[in-house]
Ligand binder design. Structure first.
Ligand code: NDP
Ligand code: 8X3
Length: 252
């Protein structure tokens, strides 16, 4: 039977890689992003795969509700929702950052993910079929300087995913939180407001994860037998690990 897969943030990075990974005769793809032209190029690349493109800003509560409640007949029964749209903005300390950046991250990474989930989940429960894959981050558990609100939004994703599991006990619906570490996508370009040089520095002299690595993992967790739920998966490149506690010492 064909599976319908809805991917938010499908115009780049993990989302686009997921579209490529899931594409094929057994899949219908609903691809969501603000940059429609990128989705159109991706659709061309995917050839015969059935695609429905949605130019949609996940921060727009009414837009999400209106669009996702009016999907074309054949795309209505979503089997897999990949809540991937998200971003980090800046790396400034909390006392210096711009409140608009914080609000944008909350609106996208938390509220956008809530809006899409709330719209798609009731149908999954009714049909007794479905899998929600949320994209969290190692930043949701590990603090780092400048991670302030970005990390906090991903901590929300972690706890929300676990609480969805609690609500969905007794249904066959699966929920997974994927928590990647450093992966080279447009993520740093967006974080540093289009500064390509600064973004490239992030991945210099190391081998980061790729979007394809994460897409492969998402594909795997959704392909497991239906009685298995991967609750969360914390994935880093081998070259990344945690820092020791930082201690500020005063002069003696
Ligand atoms: P990219 O910047 O490459 O892709 C982000 C995607 O999200 C784009 O398709 C973008 O599309 C979409 N998006 C952003 N804001 C909105 C919005 N308001 N409405 C709809 N779509 C939106 O980054 P990644 O692929 O790396 O990021 C994907 C997810 O993975 C994010 O949630 C990120 O936080 C998370 N993550 C990334 C890591 C990394 O190191 N790369 C590590 C851990 C987690 P468009 O601009 O066209 O709307
Ligand atoms: C992205 C990973 O470490 O840049 O979520 O915050 S990190």
């Amino acid at each position: 039977m064909k599976k319908t897969v809805l991917i938010t943030g499908a115009s780049a990075g993990f989302g686009a890689a997921c579209a490529r990974k899931f594409a094929g005769p057994q899949t219908r793809l609903i691809l969501v992003a603000r940059r429609l032209e990128k989705l159109e190029v991706l659709q061309q690349e995917l050839g015969d795969t059935e695609c429905h493109l949605l130019q949609l800003d996940v921060r727009d509560r009414d837009g999400v509700a209106g669009t996702l409640s009016n999907l074309p007949e054949s795309f209505r029964e979503v089997d897999i929702l990949i809540n991937n749209a998200g971003l980090a903005l800046g790396l400034e300390p909390a006392h210096e950052t711009d409140l608009d950046k914080w609000e944008n991250m909350v609106d996208t990474n938390i509220k956008g993910l809530m809006y899409c989930t709330r719209q798609i989940l009731p149908g999954m429960v009714r049909r007794r079929r479905g899998h929600i894959v949320n994209i969290g981050s190692v930043a949701g558990s590990t603090p780092y300087p400048g991670g302030n609100v970005y990390g906090a939004t991903k901590a929300f994703v972690k706890q929300f995913s676990n609480n969805l599991r609690a609500d969905l006990l007794g249904t066959p619906i699966r929920v997974t939180n994927i928590e990647p570490g450093l992966a080279e996508t447009e993520f740093s370009l967006v974080r540093f407001n289009g500064d390509a040089e600064r973004a490239a520095e992030v991945y210099k002299g190391m081998q980061p994860l790729t979007a394809e690595d994460i897409a492969g993992i998402i594909y795997w967790v959704t392909s497991l037998p239906p009685h298995i739920n991967i609750n969360s998966m914390d994935v880093m490149p081998v070259c990344q690990a945690w820092a020791p506690f930082a201690i500020h010492r005063h002069e003696v």
